[in-house]
Write a protein that binds this ligand. Structure first.
Ligand code: GSH
Length: 247
């Protein structure tokens, strides 16, 4: 190919690249400012207690996102279990598609309700706390599955004396280090709902947790302060007034 032809080809390739880059930048700018499209109809399925579903319910409720709050009995669950994506609850039905894993559902609810920051680093600060809480929830798994009562109580005592204080202290230090009003910044996010609901469960909100003193969480001042701010939110109050049971 003659030099002139090669030059022409290089110039036109550059032009196409530059046009593509411009189109890409325009699209990115549009995406960054466009509100999320309306969510399809949502049905959140869980048991009739707070557990892993309450932060999701709260997020959707705060965001004014309509959803069906389906609460199953153990018998309903046994019948449904084989058809569930991971044989567990919660699941959310999004316009006919069933999706699972509580933190994924919570992040989705956060996006719909404006309670998950759009900035990736700010969102990761929130995610970090969400997953730290998930670790603490998962620590209950072995003792919950233990059928022998004395052994179960022993496991819960170890949880209350060692595992949980260790986990909660790390979350506490994280929040203190940030020096912000909420776990991940100055605005409430789904991370705060996650911590708040976990603390309510620890205080016996779903019924007493065998072997766990209800006052255990009171030692964590930063987390308690965040929980106080969440609880004072008018939409949270409204939800709690309509749904609170044993506390
Ligand atoms: N990694 C799952 C764990 C879900 C999970 O453990 N769900 C419990 C209720 S909190 C459950 O369905 N237990 C009944 C069973 O496993 O058969 C998530 O985050 O959603």
């Amino acid at each position: 190919m003659a030099i002139r032809e090669r030059l022409n080809l290089a110039v036109s390739t550059l032009r196409v690249d530059s046009l593509q880059a411009q189109a890409c930048r325009r699209q990115q700018a549009r995406c960054a400012h466009q509100p999320l499209p309306m969510a399809p109809s949502l049905r959140l399925t869980y048991f009739d207690f707070m557990g892993r579903a309450e932060p999701i319910r709260l997020a959707l409720s705060i965001g004014g996102v309509p959803f069906q709050d389906e609460r199953l009995t153990l018998n309903d669950f046994a019948a449904l279990k084989p058809s569930l994506p991971f044989a567990q609850l919660p699941v959310i039905d999004v316009g006919g598609e069933s999706l699972a894993q509580a933190p994924a559902i919570l992040r989705y609810a956060g996006k719909l309700s404006g309670l998950l920051p759009r900035d990736p680093i700010a969102a990761m600060r929130a995610d970090e706390i969400i997953f730290a809480v998930q670790d603490a929830i998962a620590d209950f798994g072995p003792s919950t599955a233990e059928r022998e009562a004395a052994r179960r109580l022993e496991m819960r005592r170890a949880l209350a004396a060692e595992t949980l204080p260790g986990r909660l202290e790390m979350i506490e230090r994280r929040i203190r280090g940030r020096g912000t009003e909420y776990c991940a910044g100055e605005e409430m996010t789904v991370a705060d709902l996650s911590v708040y609901c976990f603390f309510r469960v620890m205080r016996g909100g779903d019924g007493a947790l065998e072997g766990i003193p209800t006052g255990l969480v009171d030692a964590y001042e930063e987390i308690c302060a965040v929980c106080g701010r969440v609880e004072a939110h008018p939409k949270v109050r409204e939800w709690n007034d309509a749904h609170r049971k044993g506390e």
